[in-house]
Write a protein that binds this ligand. Structure first.
Ligand code: SER
Length: 314
């Protein structure tokens, strides 16, 4: 089948790299980048771009009608830290954006929908280490609440309407191409920029805060592998646990020192993101993803650090 793919929220940290990867696989003209902001030069010139606000259902409908997409990736969202600054907007965008897309996907018979969830669906009473797929989930950020509710809607549309929705609970994503989008895990990107620029960094998360993370290259590959898997292999229609590496700021700093020996890490206090991080898992059990669609990460901490520094230096 000839695929036509919409990527909503194409200019963000994930969208920037996903659009490129999808265009490499499906051809530039078959992947339509959509965002509320102007795209960078490269994305704009490589293939089609549309200004779309996912909360504007009329415009969104026009886009579905124009392209009749076979696949839709909905990435437009407010992340954990930004969401806490504007809880109602976070709820509105994260929830109604999703419902708009799910409804239009039914009307226009979109074959597959992708929507990202997050480790933020877990909360203070979820097991911290090797957090299982199924456990207590009591998220205490609006972002986490919206992602957990969204997961339930995805499963609902699959069960009631047979819509092929697929989802991954992303950990913190580390990348160098586009800036991170206002999350609690953003320190793990800033640290690389500052290490190269200044030789020092003040982390807003404490030395011992361990969080699940993943290198973007792995995350993009995993996402496309999930979308390419036969529907019969997808046993989870809420969202899959998905794991790469887990580390603390201290451990990341030691790895950076293997390349920049004088790198100095200090810590700021009373950052609101610390409380969010405290409520999240330290590591994730992703055995369902491994079993169902053969997920396997390839970047460990050493390989990720080396690649980040090499690319940012350029
Ligand atoms: N990286 C995201 C955040 O920190 C987690 O989904 O908000």
């Amino acid at each position: 089948m000839n695929e036509k793919i919409l990527v909503l929220g194409s200019n963000g940290q994930i969208g920037t790299e996903l659009v490129n990867a999808l265009r490499n696989g499906y051809g530039n003209d078959n992947v339509v980048a959509c965002d509320i902001r102007r795209p960078d030069y490269e994305t704009k010139n490589a293939g089609p771009f549309e200004f779309v606000n996912v909360l504007d259902k009329d415009i969104l409908k026009d886009i579905f009608n124009k392209y009749k997409p076979t696949q839709v990736y909905l990435l437009a969202a407010l992340l954990s830290a930004t969401g806490e600054q504007n809880p109602k907007l976070a709820w509105d965008l994260n929830m109604n954006g999703l419902l708009n897309v799910l409804d239009l996907a039914l009307i226009y018979k979109t074959a597959k929908v992708y929507w990202p969830s997050s480790i933020a669906v877990f909360g203070p009473n979820s097991p911290k280490n090797n957090t299982p797929q199924y456990c207590t989930m009591d998220p205490n950020t609006v972002y986490g609440i919206s992602k957990l509710a969204g997961e339930r809607w995805c499963e609902y549309y699959f069960q009631k309407y047979n819509l092929d929705v697929r989802s991954i609970r992303y950990p913190g994503l580390i990348s160098w191409k586009a800036a991170p989008g206002g999350g609690t895990t953003d320190y793990a990107i800033h640290i690389f920029h500052e290490a190269l620029k200044k030789g020092s960094y003040a982390s807003f998360l404490s030395a011992t805060t361990e969080l699940p993370m993943m290198y973007m290259e792995d995350a993009i590959r995993g996402t496309i592998e999930l979308m390419d898997a036969p529907a019969s292999q997808i046993s989870i229609r809420s969202s899959y646990n998905f794991a790469g590496v887990s580390f603390t700021p201290e451990v990341l700093a030691s790895e950076i020192r293997k390349h920049i020996p004088d790198f100095k890490l200090s810590y700021t206090e009373n950052d609101p993101r610390q409380e969010i991080a405290n409520s999240w898992p330290s590591s994730i059990d992703d055995s369902y993803a491994k079993k169902d669609w053969l997920w396997e990460p390839t970047f460990d901490l050493a390989k990720m650090t080396e690649d980040m520094l090499a690319n940012l230096k350029k």
